[in-house]
Design a protein around this ligand. Structure first.
Ligand SMILES: Cc1ncc(C[n+]2csc(CCOP(=O)(O)OP(=O)(O)O)c2C)c(N)n1
Ligand code: SF4
Length: 255
């Protein structure tokens, strides 16, 4: 880009990746999950960690972007990804960067026990939870993260706190735990947030390298199909509604 003084300012935003394959992803149009996976791949490449990383994905849409990479991967049952990741980390201790990519249902509902105990142990792993406010893969049922008033296939009248409980704020909860070194929530609904979230992802991975404790990043992602919205409207909905319930930022950054 030419600035007014006529000098040329070029900043590399991102380039082709050695780790991405030309692979047709099974995600729906406008889905946020592949972009969130891409942030993680970019962060690993920029930190020089990707050659020695293992991704652990649960069952769901969230981690499917990693099928389009050449990375070492373990896919495990719905819920226990943190325990599988901790096992891989213990077996290869300092040498490998191990992280999970989980949906909000996987991580915060069926996997909540695994998550909390991994955090309590201070496992030296990183957990990425994609919050699309519903169970995407199985047709849009209510998740712990579903907004109050949000219509899902299991809350056709909208989620009612008195009847179905209240939205769960996972990084805020984890930030209170001693075993957790880093906890943040980012979004990718515009480019500024994409870049900010990439910083959170990098900070989380660096905490693991430093061996300080468990690191966690929630990433808000769009699920236009189950939200019954056009992709552009889904992006606006994240800005106007989802970030109100789920504020963005770092909740813990321990040395
Ligand atoms: C033990 C077990 N229970 C239930 C399922 C069915 N199941 C597959 S994916 C899924 C929901 C996934 O939702 P989420 O974790 O939020 O991820 P998303 O698809 O939205 O990324 C469920 C319930 C399963 N595969 N295994
Ligand atoms: S169902 Fe939702 S989360 Fe799953 S691929 Fe489609 S848009 Fe993405």
């Amino acid at each position: 880009m030419n600035d007014k003084a006529g000098s040329v300012h070029k900043e590399k935003i991102y380039g082709p990746s050695d780790y991405k394959m030309d692979f047709p992803l099974p995600s729906c149009p406008g889905c946020g999950s592949p972009s969130a996976c891409k942030i993680i791949v970019e962060a690993l490449e920029e930190l020089g960690l990707i050659q020695n990383s293992v991704v652990v994905i649960g069952v769901g849409c969230a981690g499917m972007g990693f099928f389009g990479t050449k990375m070492d991967m373990a896919m495990c049952a719905h819920g226990p990804s943190p325990s599988v990741a901790a096992g891989i980390k213990h077996a290869n201790y300092d040498d490998v960067t191990v992280f999970t990519v989980q949906g909000d249902g996987d991580c915060a509902a069926i996997g909540a026990g695994y998550l909390i105990n991994s955090a309590a142990r201070g496992d030296k792993i990183t957990i990425f939870m994609f919050n699309n406010t519903n169970y995407g893969t199985t047709g849009g049922q209510m998740a712990p993260t579903t907004l109050l008033g949000q219509v899902t296939t299991t809350t056709p009248q909208g989620r009612d706190g008195m009847a179905q409980g209240y939205p769960l704020h996972v990084p805020e909860i984890l930030a209170t735990m001693k075993g957790v070194a880093y906890s943040a929530r980012g979004s990718i609904h515009n480019f500024a947030h994409y870049q900010r979230t990439k910083k959170y992802v990098k900070s989380a991975l660096q905490k693991q390298t430093a061996g300080i404790g468990l690191s966690f990043v929630e990433i808000l992602t769009a699920c236009p199909v189950n939200w019954r919205m056009e992709p552009i409207k889904a992006i606006r909905w994240i800005e106007e509604e989802v970030t109100v319930e789920y504020p963005l930022g770092e909740f813990k950054n321990a040395d």
